[in-house]
Design a protein around this ligand. Structure first.
Ligand SMILES: [Zn+2]
Length: 293
Protein backbone atom coordinates (compact mmCIF):
# COMPACT_ATOMS: atom_id res chain seq x y z
CA UNK A 1 0.00 0.00 0.00
CA UNK A 2 1.15 3.60 -0.43
CA UNK A 3 2.69 4.81 2.71
CA UNK A 4 0.54 6.43 5.36
CA UNK A 5 0.61 9.28 7.82
CA UNK A 6 2.46 8.70 11.11
CA UNK A 7 -0.46 10.18 13.02
CA UNK A 8 -2.80 7.52 11.63
CA UNK A 9 -0.45 4.75 12.76
CA UNK A 10 -0.11 6.05 16.31
CA UNK A 11 -3.81 6.93 16.61
CA UNK A 12 -4.70 3.33 15.71
CA UNK A 13 -2.41 2.16 18.55
CA UNK A 14 -4.09 4.28 21.22
CA UNK A 15 -5.60 2.14 23.97
CA UNK A 16 -4.72 -1.06 22.08
CA UNK A 17 -1.82 -2.18 24.27
CA UNK A 18 0.95 -1.71 21.73
CA UNK A 19 3.30 0.98 20.46
CA UNK A 20 4.45 1.52 16.88
CA UNK A 21 8.21 0.88 16.47
CA UNK A 22 9.93 3.95 15.04
CA UNK A 23 13.28 2.81 13.73
CA UNK A 24 16.07 5.10 12.60
CA UNK A 25 17.08 3.77 9.22
CA UNK A 26 20.35 4.89 7.67
CA UNK A 27 20.10 4.06 3.95
CA UNK A 28 17.91 2.28 1.35
CA UNK A 29 19.16 -1.13 2.54
CA UNK A 30 17.87 -0.61 6.07
CA UNK A 31 14.60 0.79 4.72
CA UNK A 32 14.05 -2.37 2.66
CA UNK A 33 15.07 -4.65 5.55
CA UNK A 34 12.88 -2.99 8.15
CA UNK A 35 9.79 -2.79 5.91
CA UNK A 36 10.13 -6.42 4.80
CA UNK A 37 10.46 -7.53 8.43
CA UNK A 38 7.41 -5.43 9.41
CA UNK A 39 5.41 -6.87 6.53
CA UNK A 40 6.31 -10.47 7.40
CA UNK A 41 5.03 -10.11 10.97
CA UNK A 42 2.14 -7.71 10.26
CA UNK A 43 3.48 -4.77 12.24
CA UNK A 44 3.06 -1.09 11.38
CA UNK A 45 6.39 0.74 11.13
CA UNK A 46 7.63 4.30 11.25
CA UNK A 47 10.85 4.80 9.27
CA UNK A 48 12.84 7.59 10.88
CA UNK A 49 15.66 9.58 9.36
CA UNK A 50 18.04 11.82 11.25
CA UNK A 51 18.99 15.11 9.62
CA UNK A 52 22.45 13.60 9.12
CA UNK A 53 20.99 10.64 7.20
CA UNK A 54 18.95 12.93 4.94
CA UNK A 55 22.07 14.95 4.17
CA UNK A 56 24.11 11.79 3.56
CA UNK A 57 21.76 9.74 1.34
CA UNK A 58 19.66 12.61 -0.06
CA UNK A 59 15.94 13.17 0.49
CA UNK A 60 14.97 11.93 -2.98
CA UNK A 61 16.70 8.57 -2.59
CA UNK A 62 15.26 7.95 0.89
CA UNK A 63 11.75 9.01 -0.10
CA UNK A 64 11.81 6.79 -3.16
CA UNK A 65 13.13 3.81 -1.19
CA UNK A 66 10.50 4.25 1.53
CA UNK A 67 7.66 4.59 -0.96
CA UNK A 68 8.89 1.67 -3.03
CA UNK A 69 9.17 -0.58 0.04
CA UNK A 70 5.77 0.54 1.35
CA UNK A 71 4.05 -0.23 -1.94
CA UNK A 72 5.22 -3.85 -1.74
CA UNK A 73 4.04 -4.19 1.86
CA UNK A 74 0.60 -4.82 3.34
CA UNK A 75 1.23 -2.92 6.58
CA UNK A 76 1.22 0.81 7.31
CA UNK A 77 4.60 2.46 6.68
CA UNK A 78 5.36 6.11 7.36
CA UNK A 79 8.45 8.28 6.90
CA UNK A 80 9.42 10.58 9.75
CA UNK A 81 12.15 13.20 10.18
CA UNK A 82 13.69 12.75 13.63
CA UNK A 83 15.04 15.61 15.82
CA UNK A 84 15.30 18.62 13.57
CA UNK A 85 15.91 22.10 14.96
CA UNK A 86 16.57 23.48 11.46
CA UNK A 87 13.52 25.13 9.87
CA UNK A 88 14.95 24.87 6.36
CA UNK A 89 15.43 21.11 6.70
CA UNK A 90 11.89 20.79 8.07
CA UNK A 91 10.56 22.55 4.96
CA UNK A 92 12.75 20.35 2.75
CA UNK A 93 11.35 17.16 4.33
CA UNK A 94 7.76 18.41 4.03
CA UNK A 95 8.29 19.21 0.33
CA UNK A 96 10.12 15.91 -0.26
CA UNK A 97 7.21 13.71 0.85
CA UNK A 98 7.95 12.87 4.50
CA UNK A 99 4.71 12.09 6.35
CA UNK A 100 5.79 13.59 9.68
CA UNK A 101 8.54 15.74 11.17
CA UNK A 102 9.91 16.23 14.67
CA UNK A 103 10.48 19.92 15.12
CA UNK A 104 13.03 19.97 17.94
CA UNK A 105 12.70 23.39 19.55
CA UNK A 106 14.33 22.30 22.80
CA UNK A 107 17.25 24.64 22.13
CA UNK A 108 14.86 27.63 22.08
CA UNK A 109 13.47 29.34 25.18
CA UNK A 110 9.81 28.76 26.06
CA UNK A 111 8.20 31.64 24.11
CA UNK A 112 10.32 31.15 21.01
CA UNK A 113 9.70 27.38 21.02
CA UNK A 114 5.95 27.99 21.33
CA UNK A 115 5.91 30.51 18.48
CA UNK A 116 8.07 28.54 16.06
CA UNK A 117 6.34 25.22 16.74
CA UNK A 118 3.03 26.85 15.81
CA UNK A 119 4.59 28.08 12.54
CA UNK A 120 5.95 24.62 11.72
CA UNK A 121 2.58 22.99 12.48
CA UNK A 122 0.85 25.41 10.08
CA UNK A 123 3.35 24.72 7.32
CA UNK A 124 3.23 20.94 7.84
CA UNK A 125 -0.54 20.66 8.14
CA UNK A 126 -0.99 22.64 4.92
CA UNK A 127 0.90 19.79 3.21
CA UNK A 128 -0.91 16.99 5.11
CA UNK A 129 2.19 16.23 7.19
CA UNK A 130 1.99 15.60 10.95
CA UNK A 131 4.24 17.13 13.58
CA UNK A 132 5.96 15.74 16.65
CA UNK A 133 6.96 18.52 18.98
CA UNK A 134 9.76 18.67 21.51
CA UNK A 135 10.31 21.73 23.68
CA UNK A 136 12.03 20.00 26.61
CA UNK A 137 15.33 18.45 25.63
CA UNK A 138 15.77 14.69 25.84
CA UNK A 139 19.18 14.02 27.31
CA UNK A 140 21.95 12.83 25.05
CA UNK A 141 23.34 13.66 21.62
CA UNK A 142 21.91 11.81 18.61
CA UNK A 143 23.56 12.25 15.21
CA UNK A 144 24.95 15.61 16.26
CA UNK A 145 21.66 17.00 17.66
CA UNK A 146 20.98 17.46 21.39
CA UNK A 147 22.79 18.04 24.67
CA UNK A 148 23.97 15.94 27.60
CA UNK A 149 22.37 18.29 30.12
CA UNK A 150 18.68 19.11 30.72
CA UNK A 151 18.40 22.69 29.48
CA UNK A 152 14.63 23.10 29.48
CA UNK A 153 12.07 21.25 31.63
CA UNK A 154 8.42 22.24 32.06
CA UNK A 155 5.32 21.11 33.92
CA UNK A 156 2.87 18.75 32.22
CA UNK A 157 0.31 21.57 32.16
CA UNK A 158 2.79 23.84 30.35
CA UNK A 159 3.54 21.09 27.81
CA UNK A 160 -0.15 20.56 27.14
CA UNK A 161 -0.83 24.28 26.86
CA UNK A 162 1.90 24.62 24.21
CA UNK A 163 0.72 21.51 22.38
CA UNK A 164 -2.87 22.75 22.23
CA UNK A 165 -1.79 26.27 21.25
CA UNK A 166 0.48 25.03 18.45
CA UNK A 167 -1.80 22.22 17.23
CA UNK A 168 0.98 19.64 17.25
CA UNK A 169 0.00 15.99 16.73
CA UNK A 170 2.59 14.10 18.77
CA UNK A 171 4.55 15.14 21.83
CA UNK A 172 8.05 14.08 22.94
CA UNK A 173 8.34 14.96 26.65
CA UNK A 174 11.19 14.13 29.01
CA UNK A 175 10.45 10.64 30.37
CA UNK A 176 13.74 9.90 32.11
CA UNK A 177 15.24 8.19 29.06
CA UNK A 178 18.32 9.30 27.14
CA UNK A 179 19.77 8.92 23.65
CA UNK A 180 22.68 6.54 23.13
CA UNK A 181 23.78 3.75 25.47
CA UNK A 182 22.96 4.01 29.20
CA UNK A 183 25.97 4.35 31.48
CA UNK A 184 23.81 4.51 34.63
CA UNK A 185 20.34 3.21 35.53
CA UNK A 186 17.81 5.81 34.28
CA UNK A 187 14.99 7.11 36.52
CA UNK A 188 11.98 6.52 34.29
CA UNK A 189 8.81 8.61 34.37
CA UNK A 190 5.86 6.56 33.03
CA UNK A 191 3.56 8.48 35.41
CA UNK A 192 4.24 11.58 33.31
CA UNK A 193 2.78 9.75 30.29
CA UNK A 194 -0.31 8.79 32.32
CA UNK A 195 -0.84 12.39 33.34
CA UNK A 196 -0.49 13.69 29.77
CA UNK A 197 -2.84 11.15 28.18
CA UNK A 198 -5.40 11.66 30.97
CA UNK A 199 -5.49 15.38 30.18
CA UNK A 200 -5.37 15.44 26.35
CA UNK A 201 -5.55 13.34 23.18
CA UNK A 202 -1.95 13.86 22.08
CA UNK A 203 0.17 10.88 21.06
CA UNK A 204 3.12 10.55 23.44
CA UNK A 205 6.48 9.40 22.09
CA UNK A 206 9.24 7.60 23.99
CA UNK A 207 12.77 8.47 22.87
CA UNK A 208 15.98 6.73 23.94
CA UNK A 209 14.47 3.23 23.81
CA UNK A 210 17.72 1.32 23.27
CA UNK A 211 18.77 -0.32 26.54
CA UNK A 212 15.42 -0.42 28.38
CA UNK A 213 14.10 -3.77 29.64
CA UNK A 214 10.94 -5.42 28.33
CA UNK A 215 9.24 -4.68 31.66
CA UNK A 216 10.15 -1.01 31.33
CA UNK A 217 8.77 -0.86 27.80
CA UNK A 218 5.57 -2.52 29.03
CA UNK A 219 5.23 0.07 31.75
CA UNK A 220 5.45 2.89 29.20
CA UNK A 221 3.04 1.18 26.79
CA UNK A 222 0.55 0.58 29.64
CA UNK A 223 0.88 4.25 30.55
CA UNK A 224 -0.11 5.23 27.00
CA UNK A 225 3.01 5.66 24.84
CA UNK A 226 2.12 4.85 21.20
CA UNK A 227 5.45 5.49 19.40
CA UNK A 228 8.82 4.21 20.61
CA UNK A 229 12.04 5.33 18.96
CA UNK A 230 14.93 2.97 18.41
CA UNK A 231 18.11 4.33 16.88
CA UNK A 232 21.27 3.19 18.64
CA UNK A 233 20.37 -0.52 18.52
CA UNK A 234 20.08 -0.58 14.73
CA UNK A 235 23.27 1.37 14.20
CA UNK A 236 25.18 -1.09 16.39
CA UNK A 237 23.65 -4.22 14.87
CA UNK A 238 24.22 -2.93 11.33
CA UNK A 239 27.85 -1.98 11.81
CA UNK A 240 28.88 -4.88 14.03
CA UNK A 241 27.49 -7.34 11.48
CA UNK A 242 29.43 -5.55 8.75
CA UNK A 243 32.59 -5.68 10.84
CA UNK A 244 32.26 -9.43 11.39
CA UNK A 245 31.76 -10.06 7.70
CA UNK A 246 34.60 -7.76 6.66
CA UNK A 247 36.94 -9.66 8.96
CA UNK A 248 36.00 -12.82 7.04
CA UNK A 249 36.65 -11.02 3.74
CA UNK A 250 40.06 -9.98 4.98
CA UNK A 251 40.89 -13.52 6.10
CA UNK A 252 39.82 -15.07 2.79
CA UNK A 253 40.87 -12.08 0.64
CA UNK A 254 37.51 -12.26 -1.16
CA UNK A 255 35.71 -8.92 -1.59
CA UNK A 256 32.08 -9.08 -2.69
CA UNK A 257 29.96 -6.05 -1.65
CA UNK A 258 26.57 -7.63 -2.34
CA UNK A 259 27.42 -10.51 -0.02
CA UNK A 260 28.24 -7.97 2.67
CA UNK A 261 24.72 -6.54 2.40
CA UNK A 262 23.01 -9.88 3.09
CA UNK A 263 24.07 -10.23 6.75
CA UNK A 264 23.52 -6.49 7.32
CA UNK A 265 19.95 -6.79 6.01
CA UNK A 266 19.38 -9.94 8.08
CA UNK A 267 20.61 -8.21 11.24
CA UNK A 268 18.30 -5.21 10.63
CA UNK A 269 15.34 -7.54 10.07
CA UNK A 270 16.06 -9.49 13.26
CA UNK A 271 16.33 -6.28 15.20
CA UNK A 272 12.97 -5.01 13.96
CA UNK A 273 11.27 -8.33 14.62
CA UNK A 274 12.56 -8.38 18.19
CA UNK A 275 11.38 -4.83 18.96
CA UNK A 276 7.97 -5.39 17.31
CA UNK A 277 7.57 -8.38 19.66
CA UNK A 278 8.57 -6.29 22.65
CA UNK A 279 6.20 -3.45 21.69
CA UNK A 280 3.35 -5.90 20.90
CA UNK A 281 2.94 -4.36 17.43
CA UNK A 282 3.35 -7.66 15.54
CA UNK A 283 0.02 -8.79 14.11
CA UNK A 284 -1.59 -5.35 14.48
CA UNK A 285 -3.20 -3.95 11.37
CA UNK A 286 -1.62 -0.51 11.48
CA UNK A 287 -2.80 0.33 8.02
CA UNK A 288 -4.01 3.78 9.02
CA UNK A 289 -6.44 5.71 6.90
CA UNK A 290 -5.73 7.47 3.67
CA UNK A 291 -2.46 7.60 1.84
CA UNK A 292 0.32 10.13 1.84
CA UNK A 293 2.01 11.49 -1.23
ZN1 LIG B 1 15.15 11.09 20.06
Amino acid sequence: MPYVNTLDLVTAARGQGYAVPAINIVDPLTIKAVVEAADSIGSPVILQTSVKTVKSAGAGVLHFAAKDAAESASVGVSLHLDHCPDREMISHAIKSGWTSVLFDASDRDFEQARKETAEVVNEAHDAGVSVESEIENIIGVEDGVGSDTARHSYSVDQLIEVALFTGTDLMAPQLGTAHGMYTAQPVLLPERVREIVSKCDLAVVLHGGTGLSNAEFDEFIDAGVTKINISTALKRAYMKTALEYLKECEASNKWEPVKLFDPMIAASKDLFTTFAGTFHSAGQDGAGKGGAK
